[in-house]
Design a protein around this ligand. Structure first.
Ligand code: SAM
Length: 322
């Protein structure tokens, strides 16, 4: 298969399996290098034979998914968001539920854990649970080991060090945090079957790999899983105006829900059908929900049962003056 054909097929396969697009050219270079290394290791001579083998071998499938996704992550990445999370958690009572979507090898989920553990230790009655999802089984397996290279310590704020168990060449996060964290494989582009709602959802550096159409799809189903007072944390490069999806950027790519404004109700009291229609056309433009009455008695009845915000009242009505 020539390079252009290989690139095109790879692109289609990635799109189908993960919904991701290459984005930057270096992503293609990295992914194609990983795929070729996998083929060489498994002694598969062509990309077609790899795709065939992937179909019937779960381990190879997992390795392939790992090769075609980008897992770059770090501890306390975009650190200001963790200050916002801490503030949000300190204002919360009871169990704080977090979804960490596209968690990669776990550094993000454990950073959330370290932040919330500090609140738990200082605030009686506060507790938390974190569900961390990713499509890549290999990344999740690494995350679940809770075993990290010491180089990661450099970006963990000193305030959290007491919750770490540091060895000579690696470290782990203390068991109290680990026990509140669950890792699960999940394709976020599939219909979201998770039924819980969350106080905070982290979904950072995933949207950048998706087409605008897929971004919206993932966002719509993620927003549905936000509790009314919840926050959605996106990557700072992923902040856009998402007002039409019902969220608003508070600051630094931390979003909150905005409830759609309730439409106002207008009662039109008018005995002429023609004038009713005329007024209806005018007030519909002004986004009112309309109710009608042809007499004062009918108007009284409607007002007794409905909360009316505005009234358009004719003067000469069959049963009296308006
Ligand atoms: C660049 S990492 C971001 C990690 C972390 N959220 C962060 O900001 O540091 C992107 C992650 O998204 C995962 N991913 C890509 N497509 C996905 C999908 N359709 N469903 C779930 N996870 C996906 C990849 O496996 C990868 O681990």
């Amino acid at each position: 298969m020539i390079e252009r054909e290989f690139a095109e097929t790879l692109k289609q396969v990635i799109l189908e399996l993960t919904g991701n697009e290459f984005g930057q050219p270096e992503n293609y270079r990295l992914i194609s290098k990983h795929v070729r290394t996998l083929m060489a290791r498994r002694q598969l001579v062509s990309f077609e034979s790899l795709l065939e083998a992937v179909d019937s071998d779960q381990d190879l499938f997992d390795e392939f998914i790992s090769c075609i996704t980008i897992h770059h992550t770090s501890w306390f990445r975009e650190s200001k968001q963790f200050l916002a999370l801490e503030k949000q958690a300190r204002a919360h009572k009871g169990v704080f539920e977090v979804l960490c979507a596209a968690c990669s090898t776990g550094e993000e989920a454990y950073s959330i854990g370290l932040t919330l553990e500090r609140v738990r230790l200082e605030k009686p009655g506060f507790d938390y649970r974190i569900l961390a999802l990713d499509i890549d089984q290999k990344s999740l397996a690494k995350a679940a080991t809770n075993h990290f290279d010491r180089s990661g310590l450099a970006t963990i704020p000193l305030a959290h060090r007491r919750s770490l168990e540091i060895g000579s060449d690696s470290f782990s996060v203390n068991p109290a945090i680990r026990s509140r964290l669950k890792f699960q494989r999940y394709n976020l582009l599939a219909p979201l079957v998770i039924r819980s709602e969350y106080h905070a959802i982290f979904m950072r550096h995933l949207l950048i790999y998706l087409s605008p159409e897929r971004q919206r799809k993932v966002l719509v189903q993620t927003i549905e899983r936000l509790k009314p007072e919840a926050r959605l944390y996106l990557g700072t490069s992923e902040a856009r105006d998402y007002a039409d999806l019902g969220i608003r950027n508070l600051s630094g790519s931390v979003f909150c829900r905005v409830e759609p404004e309730k439409r106002k109700k207008l009662l039109i009291v008018e005995d002429s059908l023609i004038i009713q229609k005329l007024l209806a056309a005018i007030f519909k433009e002004a986004s009112f929900d309309l109710l009608f009455a042809s007499s004062l008695a009918e108007a009284d009845q409607t007002i007794a049962h409905e909360k009316i915000d505005a009234l358009s009242l004719d003067i000469y009505l069959p049963d009296g003056l308006g």
